[in-house]
Structures are given as C-alpha cells and as structure tokens.
Design a protein around this ligand. Structure first.
Ligand SMILES: [Zn+2]
Length: 491
C-alpha cells in the first residue's frame, strides 16, 4: 500500500501540470473577477438572503411532483423524478450568463414492487426485495440450515417449496441462489415460522408484484462561468426518493443547493463552483458514481473538494458533520477532508449551536468522490433511522429513543417532515462553505492524484436502506440462469 502511494505521488510530480492555488483574482483561466462588477462573495452576505419560505416553496413542488407520479414517489427516472430534474434545469436557466448547465444522461436498472405473505390463512408483514422478480407461489415452507451461505445448507426438499433463510454473514444475492421471487420478514416472524415448521408442514402463499426495468435518468450539473475553472469547488445532493415525496431525503439537501445557487448569482467568485444534483442515489449512489467514473482524469484533478448534503432537515435532528479527520470514527478522508469538517464545526460554534460527528463511511454520494477520485470531501447530515440518545436530546432537544427521521424512506417523508429552523441553519452552513471556498482555497491542500485506476472492483455499497443496497448485488446476478426453481423468503 505504501509503495503504491509513493509511486502515485511521484507520477504526479512528473506529469501533473502546475495548478495555481487560486489567490483571489489571480487572472488564471476562467477568472473573470477583474471584469466582473459584482462584489466578491462573502459568507455573511450570502447567508443573509436565505429564508424558510423559499425552502418550503420548493418542498411544496416536490409534493406536487410525487402526486403526479403513478407510484406516488420520485424514484429515479419515473414521472415524479423527471419533473424534479426539469425543475432544477429550469431553475438554473434563470441565470444563463452565470451558470453553465449540463444534464448528464445515464441508464440504470430500476426496481419497485409490493409483496404479501399469508401463512395458513394469516397475513404476515413482509417487504419486497429490490430486483426481485414477480411471482405468486403457494407452497410448503422449507427451512434452510445455518445461514444459507453454502450449497450444503439447502436440504433436498427445498425444490418447489418456499425457502426460509436466516439473515447474516453472506450477501442476500448469494443466499437467494437462482433468481426467484424474494421477500423479507422480521426475525420475530421468521422464528415463529420456524417453530411452526418444527411441529409439522406449513403452507404459505407469497405474492410479489415488481417492476424491474431499465430507466433513463439524469444528473444535473451547474457550474459558475466565473472563477478559476482549474479550482472547482463542487457540492451535491441526490434528487431521487424511494417512497413518497422525499422532502427530507433528499429534498432538503438539493433545495439548499438551489437557494444558495440563487444567492450566489449576486456575487463574483474566485474559484468556480459546481452545484450537482445526483440521480439514482437510493439504488447505490449510481448517479454520482457514473459522474466520477466518466470524468476524464484531467477534469477530476480540477475538483479541489466535494461537499455533500443528504438529509439536512430531519424532524428529530442532530447537527452531524462527516468525521473527515477520523477523530471519532477512525475513517479519514484525503487531506483537506479534515479542514472541511473543521469549517462546519466552527460554523455551528459561531452560531452557538452544538454539533456532532458522523462516520465518514461513504454512505451517500461523496463515496465515489473519495474512493475513485481521492477528492477531499465533507458534508452535513441530520440523521436517518438512527435513534436519538438521551445525551443528544439534552443537547438538541427533540425526542430521545426515537429515530432522527421517523419517516425515513416512508410515505410520511412529506411537507411536514422537516425541522424548518434546522433546515435554514444548515442551508446557511451550505452557503458558508460555498462562500469560503469560492473566495479562497488558501491553505487548502493541493490535490493528490486520483486514487482509482478505474479497474478497481466496485466498493461495497451502503445506501440508506441496507437491505436494498446489499441486494443490489442481485441486479448483477440476474443474468444467471435459473436453477432448481425454489422460492425464497428471508428473515
Ligand atoms: Zn438520501
């Protein structure tokens, strides 16, 4: 490892063109500051124009878009999400002289569906698995031994039956084996079924209806025409939801971007700022990954840092900052990630607000920036399905013992599912980070070369809903021919 790092550094010294570190108004490529009559961007001024009302007005649009969608959501490439993408593109079209706007098209496999399970006439709670095929089997249950990670765990009588497999150790796709209708039940229900099965045969009916289709979708990228284009300050958030309108996840993050982008048009910048709006995050950070993988290395090298905003208005919030210096979770980012964390820590401190740290684990769109681009990153988060502790409730208010966002990935992530005061605070934090770095990158480390050689195996994905993320592996497995055709239920 160390040798590889040293070699990469050496290559950068030989081959990388010298990149100016961007002192204000240095007249380098794309720097229009000398002729731009606008005042230079300033954090306090940029924050001042941001309002709760503007954020909520955008949120009400997301409700409309989801209503127009046949599934009632803004899943990537669907009606509700396409309206979202158009809305963002139209927003930036208001300032054709200030921003260059690009829609980046890509195609990914979409999956959605419903599942029902009844056992001996009783309906049990069950969730469909992403990428499961449709199917409506009625058959006896068969218990799979151990964790179903080895072929030998499957008893011969599983053929033609509904297999019951315990969760753990290996990925869902491996447990599932051939591509058959698959759903999940809770550990409690699973144990009850096992107990029934020990007493005699149990007949179950599984009904899975799913849509698995390739969908065309778009990232939106808006870059300031002004500022040094060799020193790009990039920020982003995802635009797709999974269930319902997705106001906190992640209307909150990308709407903050929209408002900061609007405010920025009154100012000139020394460094270029690129607002990004990622599609298909919920299916495994697909939009951000597509962007980073398809950017030429020379362009990747111009991105000085990346800031991510995904869920920044949770109703039972904590002001989490990605732990870029690794002080709390021992996962550090490329040099500069520490500075970004400290910038945000300082922001809350100056506003007399508490802040906390969250693991820098790549669970949102900054993952590919870190892992492929080796780009210093940071960002904010107000919590998802995690439970607020008593200590956090004492610091932040809210309800201890409840999720930071009780409507996380649920239909209830709607207009009322935000802490509007917290959302405004965090939108100001976005403005502060944009203003600071657009003004100057003085003292910010010069970029190290990209880490990825673009042939490295894909990172294990951690999307919000871990079941879905891990099960994404199945998308790649589905080309496999179906084997002996048993049906699978997991718990
Ligand atoms: Zn999200």
């Amino acid at each position: 490892m160390r040798f590889l790092t040293a070699l990469a550094l050496l290559l950068s010294l030989v081959s990388a063109a010298p990149r100016p570190d961007g002192p204000p108004g240095d007249g380098t490529k794309g720097d229009t500051s000398a002729t731009d009559p606008r005042p230079l961007v300033d954090s306090a001024r940029l924050q001042k124009t941001l309002t709760r009302k503007a954020l909520l007005d955008h949120a009400s649009k997301l409700i409309e878009f989801a209503k127009q969608d046949p599934e009632g959501n803004r899943g990537f490439g669907g009606v509700g999400h396409n309206l979202t993408v158009q809305y963002i593109a139209k927003w930036f079209a208001q300032w054709p002289d200030y921003y260059d706007v690009k829609l980046q098209e890509f195609v990914e496999l979409y999956s959605a569906g419903t599942a029902a399970l009844s056992v001996e006439g009783e309906n049990l709670e069950v969730t469909e698995f992403t990428y499961s095929p449709s199917g409506k089997p009625t058959a006896e249950l068969a218990a799979v031994n151990n964790l179903g990670c080895e072929a030998a765990d499957f008893p011969p009588e599983v053929d033609g039956r509904i297999a019951l497999i315990s969760r753990g150790t290996c990925e869902f796709g491996l447990k599932q084996g051939p591509y058959v209708p698959t759903a999940g039940v809770s550990q409690e229900i699973g144990q009850a079924l096992l107990a029934d099965l020990a007493a005699g045969p149990v007949v179950a009916s599984l009904d899975i209806f799913s849509v698995n289709e390739n969908r065309t979708t778009y990232n939106v990228l808006a870059t300031t025409k002004g500022g040094n284009q060799d020193n790009v300050v990039q920020l982003g958030g995802h635009t797709d939801s999974i269930v319902g309108p997705g106001v906190n996840d992640n209307g909150s993050g990308f709407i903050a971007e929209l408002e900061v982008a609007k405010a920025l048009t009154r100012y000139k910048v020394n460094n270029a700022v690129r607002f990004s709006f990622w599609s298909a995050e919920e299916f495994g950070l697909l939009g951000a990954e597509y962007y980073v993988k398809n950017l030429p290395e020379s362009e990747l090298a111009k991105i000085r840092l990346y800031l991510n905003f995904d869920m920044i208005a949770s109703p039972n919030l904590v002001y989490f900052i990605y732990d870029g210096d690794g002080s709390a979770f021992n996962l550090t980012g490329p040099a500069g990630s520490d500075q970004i964390e400290h910038l945000f820590t300082d922001f809350y401190k100056r506003n007399n607000l508490p802040s906390s740290q969250t693991a820098f684990d790549g669970r949102s769109d900054y993952g590919p920036f870190l892992e492929i681009g080796n780009i210093p990153s940071g960002g904010l988060f107000t919590g998802a399905e995690g439970i607020k502790t008593a200590e956090q409730a004492a610091l932040y208010g809210g309800v201890a013992g409840e999720a930071y966002d009780p409507n996380y990935h649920g239909k209830g992530d709607d207009f009322n599912n935000v802490d509007i005061d917290g959302w405004l605070v965090n939108t100001k934090a976005v403005a502060h980070s944009v203003a600071t770095y657009a003004r100057s990158l003085k003292g910010f480390p010069v970029r190290e070369p990209p880490a990825g050689n673009f042939t490295a195996p894909a990172r294990k994905r951690h999307v919000h809903l871990h079941e879905r993320g891990e099960f994404n592996a199945l998308g790649e497995r589905r080309v496999r021919a179906c084997g002996h055709g048993h049906k699978v239920t997991l718990f």
